[in-house]
Write a protein that binds this ligand. Structure first.
Ligand SMILES: C[S@@+](CC[C@H](N)C(=O)[O-])C[C@H]1O[C@@H](n2cnc3c(N)ncnc32)[C@H](O)[C@@H]1O
Length: 214
């Protein structure tokens, strides 16, 4: 993997909190935004579809989609700690042979990973400094559907993300979270022949589903 300094710090940041993901899931299950994302995907149909999850983290979302009928998953993440967690949970759940994990910045590895029916990015564009390149890479790898969640552009989220960015700066980390403009996100996806088909929102998060134009 060619890894820039911010990516190394993203790796460190998420690898440090990898175990927390397991505890959070044990205590609370899937998050509301993940349930929204799954609902939008199931309305389109996930049975017999192949899945690419960019920034897959510990993999709770794609394991649920495998149980709902997706055939196989490619999971990509920049965090070694979260990928180790994902691998061991998928193996423990008997799903290891249906998931292939790749460590790296998706933008750098995308070329070799094209052809999935569905791409999912759950809280990932907000962790990457160049969302346009990230979404360019995702649109070129995806055949049918792109579903993603990202923070809404509201004062509440801007303050929260600003505080997290400040804490990281103070602690010497180059990892930064971002609130990107939703109009730009929409443009970066639709310019590649996708149309927005559905969206749901919570106080903090936007969940959107895009389909390839016929
Ligand atoms: C907020 S976490 C969300 C993890 C998971 N999607 C979830 O919701 O539990 C963001 C994840 O995206 C990963 N990530 C960020 N930018 C990435 C990139 N360019 N390529 C691959 N993974 C990336 C991070 O390492 C991290 O695991």
């Amino acid at each position: 993997m060619s890894c820039c300094i911010p990516c190394q710090d993203t790796n460190r940041f998420f690898s440090r909190v990898a175990r927390l993901y397991r505890w959070k899931h044990r205590l609370f299950g899937l998050e509301k935004t993940q349930k929204d994302l799954i609902a939008l995907l199931c309305a389109e149909g996930v049975a017999e579809k192949s899945l690419l999850e960019v920034g897959c983290g510990a993999g709770y979302l794609h394991r649920d989609l495998l149980h709902k009928g997706a055939t196989r998953v490619i999971g990509v993440d920049i965090s070694e700690g979260l990928l180790t967690e994902a691998r061991s949970l998928s193996d423990a759940g008997g799903l290891g042979d249906r998931v292939t994990y790749y460590f790296g910045d998706f933008v750098e590895v995308a070329e070799s990973l094209s052809g999935s029916d569905i791409a999912v990015l759950d809280k990932v564009v907000c962790c990457y400094p160049d969302p346009e390149r990230l979404l360019d890479a995702v649109t070129s790898c995806t055949v049918e559907i792109i579903a993603l969640t990202y923070p809404r552009n509201r004062w509440l989220t801007r303050v929260g993300i600003g505080v997290l960015a400040w804490i990281n700066r103070m602690s010497g980390s180059d990892f930064r979270p971002y609130v990107h403009n939703p109009v730009d996100i929409n443009h970066w996806i639709t310019q590649h022949g996708f149309e927005r088909r559905n969206c749901l929102q919570t106080t903090v998060w936007m969940t959107e589903l895009y389909g390839k134009c016929q």
